[in-house]
Ligand binder design. Structure first.
Ligand code: AFP
Length: 341
Protein backbone atom coordinates (compact mmCIF):
# COMPACT_ATOMS: atom_id res chain seq x y z
CA UNK A 1 0.00 0.00 0.00
CA UNK A 2 1.59 3.31 -1.06
CA UNK A 3 1.01 6.21 1.34
CA UNK A 4 0.20 9.60 -0.19
CA UNK A 5 3.53 11.45 -0.17
CA UNK A 6 3.84 15.21 0.61
CA UNK A 7 4.30 17.45 -2.43
CA UNK A 8 7.46 19.59 -2.64
CA UNK A 9 5.99 22.84 -4.02
CA UNK A 10 4.64 25.34 -1.41
CA UNK A 11 1.22 26.56 -2.56
CA UNK A 12 -1.04 28.42 -0.11
CA UNK A 13 -4.77 27.76 0.24
CA UNK A 14 -5.60 31.08 -1.46
CA UNK A 15 -3.35 30.31 -4.46
CA UNK A 16 -4.86 26.82 -4.73
CA UNK A 17 -8.43 28.16 -4.72
CA UNK A 18 -7.60 30.78 -7.37
CA UNK A 19 -5.94 28.11 -9.52
CA UNK A 20 -9.03 25.87 -9.12
CA UNK A 21 -11.25 28.77 -10.18
CA UNK A 22 -9.09 29.37 -13.29
CA UNK A 23 -9.16 25.68 -14.20
CA UNK A 24 -12.74 24.71 -13.34
CA UNK A 25 -14.65 27.99 -12.90
CA UNK A 26 -16.23 26.51 -9.76
CA UNK A 27 -15.02 28.83 -7.01
CA UNK A 28 -16.42 32.34 -7.42
CA UNK A 29 -15.02 34.98 -5.06
CA UNK A 30 -17.83 34.69 -2.50
CA UNK A 31 -17.28 30.93 -2.21
CA UNK A 32 -13.52 31.46 -1.95
CA UNK A 33 -14.12 33.97 0.86
CA UNK A 34 -16.35 31.43 2.64
CA UNK A 35 -13.73 28.67 2.41
CA UNK A 36 -11.03 31.05 3.63
CA UNK A 37 -13.09 32.31 6.60
CA UNK A 38 -13.84 28.72 7.63
CA UNK A 39 -10.13 27.89 7.32
CA UNK A 40 -9.27 30.94 9.44
CA UNK A 41 -11.76 29.81 12.11
CA UNK A 42 -10.06 26.39 12.11
CA UNK A 43 -6.69 28.08 12.75
CA UNK A 44 -8.20 29.80 15.79
CA UNK A 45 -9.78 26.55 17.02
CA UNK A 46 -6.41 24.82 16.55
CA UNK A 47 -4.77 27.48 18.75
CA UNK A 48 -7.26 26.92 21.59
CA UNK A 49 -7.08 23.12 21.25
CA UNK A 50 -3.27 23.22 21.42
CA UNK A 51 -3.39 25.34 24.62
CA UNK A 52 -5.09 22.50 26.54
CA UNK A 53 -5.00 23.07 30.30
CA UNK A 54 -3.02 26.29 29.79
CA UNK A 55 -6.04 27.80 28.11
CA UNK A 56 -8.62 26.89 30.77
CA UNK A 57 -10.91 25.48 28.03
CA UNK A 58 -10.77 21.82 29.05
CA UNK A 59 -13.58 19.96 30.73
CA UNK A 60 -17.35 19.97 30.55
CA UNK A 61 -19.45 23.08 30.14
CA UNK A 62 -22.02 21.44 32.41
CA UNK A 63 -24.90 21.29 29.90
CA UNK A 64 -26.17 19.12 27.06
CA UNK A 65 -26.54 19.84 23.33
CA UNK A 66 -29.48 18.94 21.06
CA UNK A 67 -28.02 15.44 20.77
CA UNK A 68 -28.33 14.96 24.54
CA UNK A 69 -24.51 14.86 24.79
CA UNK A 70 -22.62 16.71 27.52
CA UNK A 71 -21.02 19.76 25.89
CA UNK A 72 -17.31 20.35 26.44
CA UNK A 73 -16.16 23.94 26.87
CA UNK A 74 -14.19 23.60 23.62
CA UNK A 75 -17.35 22.43 21.80
CA UNK A 76 -19.06 25.70 22.62
CA UNK A 77 -15.97 27.85 21.98
CA UNK A 78 -15.39 26.19 18.58
CA UNK A 79 -19.04 26.64 17.64
CA UNK A 80 -18.93 30.34 18.53
CA UNK A 81 -15.66 30.85 16.63
CA UNK A 82 -17.26 29.43 13.46
CA UNK A 83 -20.44 31.51 13.88
CA UNK A 84 -18.56 34.77 14.45
CA UNK A 85 -16.05 34.13 11.63
CA UNK A 86 -18.79 33.53 9.05
CA UNK A 87 -21.81 35.73 9.82
CA UNK A 88 -20.35 39.12 8.63
CA UNK A 89 -18.97 38.16 5.20
CA UNK A 90 -22.17 38.37 3.12
CA UNK A 91 -21.56 34.95 1.58
CA UNK A 92 -23.97 32.90 3.73
CA UNK A 93 -27.76 32.61 3.85
CA UNK A 94 -27.65 30.64 7.14
CA UNK A 95 -25.62 28.13 9.18
CA UNK A 96 -26.33 24.86 11.01
CA UNK A 97 -24.25 23.10 13.66
CA UNK A 98 -24.25 19.87 15.64
CA UNK A 99 -24.23 22.09 18.75
CA UNK A 100 -27.38 24.07 17.91
CA UNK A 101 -30.97 22.75 17.87
CA UNK A 102 -32.13 25.03 15.05
CA UNK A 103 -30.46 26.84 12.16
CA UNK A 104 -28.51 30.07 12.78
CA UNK A 105 -29.88 33.00 10.79
CA UNK A 106 -27.46 35.71 9.60
CA UNK A 107 -28.03 38.80 11.82
CA UNK A 108 -29.99 41.59 10.07
CA UNK A 109 -27.02 44.00 10.21
CA UNK A 110 -25.05 41.75 7.83
CA UNK A 111 -25.85 41.06 4.13
CA UNK A 112 -26.93 37.55 3.19
CA UNK A 113 -25.26 35.36 0.55
CA UNK A 114 -26.26 32.28 -1.41
CA UNK A 115 -24.51 29.49 0.51
CA UNK A 116 -25.39 27.35 3.50
CA UNK A 117 -22.67 26.24 5.92
CA UNK A 118 -23.06 23.16 8.12
CA UNK A 119 -20.50 21.97 10.64
CA UNK A 120 -19.57 19.75 13.51
CA UNK A 121 -17.37 22.30 15.27
CA UNK A 122 -15.40 19.80 17.31
CA UNK A 123 -15.67 16.13 16.36
CA UNK A 124 -14.27 13.63 18.82
CA UNK A 125 -14.99 15.64 21.98
CA UNK A 126 -14.31 12.62 24.20
CA UNK A 127 -10.64 12.94 23.11
CA UNK A 128 -10.21 16.55 24.24
CA UNK A 129 -9.20 15.98 27.86
CA UNK A 130 -6.82 13.12 27.02
CA UNK A 131 -4.86 15.02 24.34
CA UNK A 132 -5.97 12.79 21.47
CA UNK A 133 -6.66 14.18 17.99
CA UNK A 134 -10.01 15.90 17.25
CA UNK A 135 -11.28 18.00 14.39
CA UNK A 136 -13.81 20.26 12.69
CA UNK A 137 -15.99 18.95 9.83
CA UNK A 138 -17.82 21.28 7.43
CA UNK A 139 -20.11 21.12 4.41
CA UNK A 140 -21.25 23.85 1.99
CA UNK A 141 -24.53 23.79 0.02
CA UNK A 142 -26.14 26.37 -2.25
CA UNK A 143 -29.23 27.99 -0.71
CA UNK A 144 -32.11 27.66 -3.15
CA UNK A 145 -34.29 30.13 -1.21
CA UNK A 146 -31.80 32.63 0.17
CA UNK A 147 -34.46 35.27 0.84
CA UNK A 148 -35.85 33.32 3.78
CA UNK A 149 -33.77 30.21 4.57
CA UNK A 150 -35.40 27.66 6.87
CA UNK A 151 -34.35 24.22 8.12
CA UNK A 152 -35.94 22.84 4.96
CA UNK A 153 -33.39 24.80 2.87
CA UNK A 154 -30.65 22.58 4.36
CA UNK A 155 -32.36 19.25 3.65
CA UNK A 156 -30.52 18.57 0.38
CA UNK A 157 -28.85 15.30 -0.65
CA UNK A 158 -25.11 15.11 -0.02
CA UNK A 159 -24.56 14.94 -3.79
CA UNK A 160 -25.52 18.63 -3.89
CA UNK A 161 -22.58 19.77 -1.75
CA UNK A 162 -20.28 22.26 -3.49
CA UNK A 163 -17.48 22.00 -0.92
CA UNK A 164 -16.65 19.61 1.93
CA UNK A 165 -13.68 19.63 4.27
CA UNK A 166 -12.30 19.03 7.70
CA UNK A 167 -9.51 20.27 9.91
CA UNK A 168 -7.73 17.70 12.09
CA UNK A 169 -5.98 18.95 15.22
CA UNK A 170 -3.29 16.32 15.74
CA UNK A 171 0.53 16.32 15.80
CA UNK A 172 0.11 18.59 12.78
CA UNK A 173 -2.97 20.72 12.07
CA UNK A 174 -4.24 19.77 8.62
CA UNK A 175 -7.05 21.04 6.41
CA UNK A 176 -8.45 18.51 3.91
CA UNK A 177 -10.69 19.95 1.20
CA UNK A 178 -12.65 18.98 -1.89
CA UNK A 179 -14.47 21.35 -4.24
CA UNK A 180 -15.49 18.51 -6.54
CA UNK A 181 -12.17 18.07 -8.34
CA UNK A 182 -10.19 15.71 -6.12
CA UNK A 183 -8.97 15.97 -2.53
CA UNK A 184 -6.10 18.18 -1.37
CA UNK A 185 -4.47 18.54 2.05
CA UNK A 186 -2.97 21.68 3.59
CA UNK A 187 -0.70 21.72 6.63
CA UNK A 188 -0.82 24.74 8.95
CA UNK A 189 2.51 26.60 8.95
CA UNK A 190 2.22 28.08 12.44
CA UNK A 191 5.17 30.43 11.88
CA UNK A 192 3.51 32.05 8.84
CA UNK A 193 -0.09 31.37 9.94
CA UNK A 194 -0.70 29.94 6.45
CA UNK A 195 -2.30 26.78 5.14
CA UNK A 196 0.33 25.23 2.81
CA UNK A 197 -0.58 22.60 0.20
CA UNK A 198 1.40 19.52 1.27
CA UNK A 199 -0.54 16.59 -0.21
CA UNK A 200 -2.05 17.00 -3.69
CA UNK A 201 -4.75 14.71 -5.12
CA UNK A 202 -5.06 12.17 -2.28
CA UNK A 203 -6.22 8.73 -3.53
CA UNK A 204 -7.73 5.69 -1.78
CA UNK A 205 -6.80 2.24 -3.17
CA UNK A 206 -9.71 -0.10 -3.93
CA UNK A 207 -8.34 -2.77 -1.58
CA UNK A 208 -6.97 -2.39 1.94
CA UNK A 209 -5.94 -4.40 4.99
CA UNK A 210 -6.97 -2.01 7.79
CA UNK A 211 -10.39 -1.49 9.39
CA UNK A 212 -11.81 0.84 12.02
CA UNK A 213 -14.82 0.03 14.21
CA UNK A 214 -15.63 0.28 17.92
CA UNK A 215 -15.25 -3.44 18.69
CA UNK A 216 -16.76 -2.97 22.20
CA UNK A 217 -20.16 -2.91 20.48
CA UNK A 218 -19.63 -6.29 18.77
CA UNK A 219 -22.42 -8.11 20.63
CA UNK A 220 -24.93 -5.51 19.38
CA UNK A 221 -24.03 -5.65 15.67
CA UNK A 222 -26.49 -7.02 13.13
CA UNK A 223 -25.51 -10.15 11.17
CA UNK A 224 -23.92 -8.50 8.06
CA UNK A 225 -21.43 -6.58 10.22
CA UNK A 226 -20.80 -9.65 12.43
CA UNK A 227 -19.97 -11.68 9.29
CA UNK A 228 -17.81 -8.98 7.69
CA UNK A 229 -15.73 -8.22 10.81
CA UNK A 230 -15.38 -11.91 11.80
CA UNK A 231 -13.91 -12.63 8.35
CA UNK A 232 -11.37 -9.81 8.88
CA UNK A 233 -10.43 -11.26 12.29
CA UNK A 234 -10.07 -14.80 10.86
CA UNK A 235 -7.46 -13.38 8.45
CA UNK A 236 -5.44 -15.94 6.46
CA UNK A 237 -7.32 -18.77 8.23
CA UNK A 238 -10.67 -17.53 6.94
CA UNK A 239 -12.35 -16.75 3.60
CA UNK A 240 -10.40 -13.52 3.09
CA UNK A 241 -7.07 -15.42 3.00
CA UNK A 242 -5.18 -12.36 4.27
CA UNK A 243 -4.56 -10.67 7.60
CA UNK A 244 -6.09 -7.33 8.59
CA UNK A 245 -5.15 -4.73 11.19
CA UNK A 246 -7.50 -2.58 13.30
CA UNK A 247 -7.37 1.05 14.40
CA UNK A 248 -9.97 3.12 16.34
CA UNK A 249 -9.33 6.77 17.32
CA UNK A 250 -12.93 7.52 18.45
CA UNK A 251 -12.87 10.67 16.32
CA UNK A 252 -14.29 10.14 12.83
CA UNK A 253 -12.18 12.99 11.46
CA UNK A 254 -8.97 11.22 12.56
CA UNK A 255 -9.98 7.78 11.30
CA UNK A 256 -10.95 9.26 7.93
CA UNK A 257 -7.70 11.24 7.80
CA UNK A 258 -5.74 8.02 8.37
CA UNK A 259 -7.58 6.27 5.52
CA UNK A 260 -6.79 9.17 3.17
CA UNK A 261 -3.11 9.43 4.11
CA UNK A 262 -2.56 5.66 4.29
CA UNK A 263 -4.19 5.39 0.87
CA UNK A 264 -6.85 2.93 2.05
CA UNK A 265 -8.89 1.35 4.85
CA UNK A 266 -12.52 1.13 5.94
CA UNK A 267 -14.30 3.07 8.71
CA UNK A 268 -17.56 1.71 10.11
CA UNK A 269 -20.15 3.03 12.55
CA UNK A 270 -23.09 0.66 12.01
CA UNK A 271 -26.59 0.72 13.46
CA UNK A 272 -26.92 -1.78 16.29
CA UNK A 273 -29.52 -3.68 18.34
CA UNK A 274 -29.35 -1.37 21.36
CA UNK A 275 -31.75 1.10 19.75
CA UNK A 276 -33.35 -0.48 16.64
CA UNK A 277 -35.10 2.80 15.84
CA UNK A 278 -31.76 4.64 15.62
CA UNK A 279 -30.10 4.20 12.19
CA UNK A 280 -26.62 4.89 13.62
CA UNK A 281 -24.65 7.28 15.85
CA UNK A 282 -23.19 9.64 13.27
CA UNK A 283 -25.08 12.59 11.79
CA UNK A 284 -25.88 12.69 8.11
CA UNK A 285 -25.75 16.41 7.32
CA UNK A 286 -22.48 17.53 8.94
CA UNK A 287 -20.49 14.31 9.48
CA UNK A 288 -21.42 11.56 7.00
CA UNK A 289 -22.19 13.76 3.96
CA UNK A 290 -18.99 15.85 3.97
CA UNK A 291 -16.83 12.80 4.70
CA UNK A 292 -18.61 10.78 1.99
CA UNK A 293 -18.00 13.56 -0.56
CA UNK A 294 -14.30 13.64 0.35
CA UNK A 295 -13.93 9.85 0.30
CA UNK A 296 -15.65 9.52 -3.10
CA UNK A 297 -13.52 12.34 -4.52
CA UNK A 298 -10.45 10.33 -3.46
CA UNK A 299 -11.75 7.21 -5.24
CA UNK A 300 -13.44 5.50 -2.27
CA UNK A 301 -17.05 4.52 -1.56
CA UNK A 302 -19.44 5.53 1.24
CA UNK A 303 -22.75 3.82 2.06
CA UNK A 304 -25.15 3.37 4.97
CA UNK A 305 -24.99 -0.39 4.38
CA UNK A 306 -27.79 -0.25 1.83
CA UNK A 307 -27.32 2.84 -0.36
CA UNK A 308 -24.81 5.56 -1.29
CA UNK A 309 -24.73 8.13 1.53
CA UNK A 310 -24.70 11.04 -0.93
CA UNK A 311 -28.01 9.82 -2.41
CA UNK A 312 -29.91 9.86 0.92
CA UNK A 313 -32.69 12.46 1.02
CA UNK A 314 -32.44 14.07 4.49
CA UNK A 315 -35.68 14.32 6.51
CA UNK A 316 -34.34 16.37 9.44
CA UNK A 317 -31.29 18.49 10.23
CA UNK A 318 -29.84 16.24 12.95
CA UNK A 319 -30.80 12.86 11.57
CA UNK A 320 -28.36 10.01 12.14
CA UNK A 321 -27.06 7.43 9.68
CA UNK A 322 -24.99 4.24 9.63
CA UNK A 323 -21.62 4.79 7.95
CA UNK A 324 -19.34 2.45 5.97
CA UNK A 325 -16.68 4.37 4.06
CA UNK A 326 -13.22 3.91 2.57
CA UNK A 327 -11.67 1.48 0.07
CA UNK A 328 -14.17 0.65 -2.65
CA UNK A 329 -13.93 -3.17 -2.56
CA UNK A 330 -14.24 -3.35 1.24
CA UNK A 331 -17.23 -0.97 1.39
CA UNK A 332 -18.89 -2.83 -1.51
CA UNK A 333 -18.36 -6.18 0.25
CA UNK A 334 -19.94 -5.16 3.58
CA UNK A 335 -22.75 -3.39 1.67
CA UNK A 336 -23.43 -6.57 -0.34
CA UNK A 337 -23.63 -8.54 2.94
CA UNK A 338 -26.37 -6.12 4.06
CA UNK A 339 -28.26 -6.27 0.76
CA UNK A 340 -28.20 -10.08 0.75
CA UNK A 341 -29.31 -10.41 4.41
P1 AFP B 1 -17.90 12.63 20.31
O1 AFP B 1 -17.72 13.90 19.53
O2 AFP B 1 -19.08 12.63 21.20
O3 AFP B 1 -16.62 12.18 20.99
O4 AFP B 1 -18.26 11.49 19.24
C1 AFP B 1 -17.36 11.31 18.17
C2 AFP B 1 -18.09 10.47 17.15
O5 AFP B 1 -19.26 11.12 16.75
C3 AFP B 1 -17.20 10.17 15.94
O6 AFP B 1 -16.32 11.19 15.64
C4 AFP B 1 -16.47 8.90 16.35
O7 AFP B 1 -16.08 8.10 15.26
C5 AFP B 1 -17.51 8.19 17.20
O8 AFP B 1 -18.40 9.20 17.71
C6 AFP B 1 -16.88 7.49 18.37
O9 AFP B 1 -17.91 6.78 19.00
P2 AFP B 1 -17.55 5.84 20.24
O10 AFP B 1 -17.40 6.77 21.41
O11 AFP B 1 -18.72 4.90 20.34
O12 AFP B 1 -16.27 5.13 19.93
Amino acid sequence: MTANRPTAHRTTLTQHLIEQQREHNNIPSDLRLLIETVSHACKLISYHVSRGALGEVLGSAGNENIQGEVQQKLDILSNNILLEANEWGGHLAAMASEEMASIHQIPALFPRGKYLLLFDPLDGSSNIDVNMSIGTIFSILRCLDDKNPTEKSFLQKGSRQVVAGYAVYGPQTMLVLTTGYGVNCFTLDRDLGSWVLTHRALRILVDSCEYAINAANQRYWYEPVQRYVNELIEGVDGPRKMNFNMRWVAAMVSDVNRILHRGGGIFMYPADKRTPSKPGKLRLMYEANPMAFIIEQAGGHATNGKERILDIQPKSLHERVAVFLGSKNEVDRVTQYHLKS
